[in-house]
Design a binder for this molecule. Structure first.
Ligand SMILES: O=C(O)C1=N[C@H](C(=O)O)C[C@H](O)C1
Length: 309
């Protein structure tokens, strides 16, 4: 496989990335809502989209649905004459099957992959190293590793990750390790050009302050400009303003993750007229009546996005 050479001068993966929800209507992929959603985020300060990841309910999608989702999203971006990178979320616990998935999707209009650690089988660090090395060797596109031990049951330790980061096809990490020291030490020790984006919505501000390159945040579906604005203020050196803005924004992740995601985000987007239905696929269940009313109140009271001072 042809390998990507990491360009030391390239800015790499950074900013606010959205793990796009997958709209459904009466059980099927809702292509019209997908187009509307992608067109909407093209007008927002979003640096990239990740399709079929956790928030995109990737584990419940048929192969053909994932292909359509990618095609429809890429078409919408092209039709608007824009250039927004698309990553595809992949996960699985069988290295060989994932290598086949990489081959099957090699000519899809995506820039790279977000690949979670293998779940359930709880491999050793040596197994994780060999797994991601095989995927990096089997891909012509860059891979961002997704470390989320509380979902997968296995932690990719920094020592292993730093060895993997030497591979030119492994370009970054979506960090959800839930260990503050591990995240801090990774940000301190990572090689130049290796991106670290947090996937912990509630830790977005702290991760940025410690040097993370951005976030992959389900919460960024709503009040998008405000999430992006936190990073902009920090880059401008105005940390007190970033903190003030974060103090106002931080209840949003708490609300959106108060029940299994992406039910709350879908309810919000449905009530905002961006998608035709808040449907989720089992085993995820829709927002409860109580949460739905809370979100409706939040939408009614919220300051329009981008206006948090
Ligand atoms: O879609 C994702 O990928 C995300 N994953 C995190 C999770 O798995 O909980 C949360 C993040 O907001 C998006």
């Amino acid at each position: 496989m042809e390998k990507v050479t990491r360009d030391p001068n390239s800015p790499g993966l950074s900013g606010l990335w959205l793990p796009l929800i997958t709209p459904f209507l009466e059980g099927a992929l809702d292509e019209a809502s997908t187009r509307r959603l992608v067109a909407h985020y093209l007008e927002e300060p979003v640096d990239g989209l990740i399709l079929a990841a956790t928030t995109g309910e990737g584990l419940t999608l048929e192969k053909a649905e994932v292909e359509r989702l990618v095609a429809v999203s890429a078409e919408t971006i092209a039709e608007k004459g824009r250039d927004l990178p698309l990553y595809l979320g992949l996960s699985g616990s069988d290295t060989r099957k994932l290598v086949k998935a990489l081959a099957r999707t090699a000519d899809w209009p995506i820039v790279g992959y977000l690949i979670a650690c293998p779940y359930y089988s709880r491999p050793s660090q040596a197994g994780l190293f060999q797994h991601f090395t095989a995927l990096a060797e089997g891909s012509s596109k860059p891979i961002m590793i997704y470390n989320i031990p509380y979902r997968t049951g296995v932690n990719l330790e920094n020592e292993t990750l730093l060895r993997l980061a030497e591979h030119p096809n492994i370009v970054g990490l979506k960090d959800c390790c839930a260990d503050a020291s591990q995240s801090f030490e990774l940000l301190r020790d990572r090689p130049e050009g290796f991106a670290v984006l947090t996937g912990e919505d509630a830790l977005y501000y702290s991760a940025l302050v410690q040097g993370a390159d951005g976030g992959i945040l389900a919460s960024g579906h709503v009040m998008t400009a405000d999430f992006a604005g936190i990073r902009t203020r920090l880059l401008q050196g105005d940390q007190p303003a970033a903190l003030r803005a974060w103090q106002q924004l931080s209840p949003i992740p708490r609300l959106l993750f108060s029940e299994p995601s992406p039910a709350a985000a879908k309810h919000w987007l449905w009530r905002s007229g961006l998608i035709a239905s808040p449907e989720v696929r089992l085993p995820i269940t829709p927002a409860t009546e109580v949460l739905a009313r809370q979100i409706d109140r939040e939408i009614a009271q919220s300051v329009p996005s981008g206006l948090i001072p």
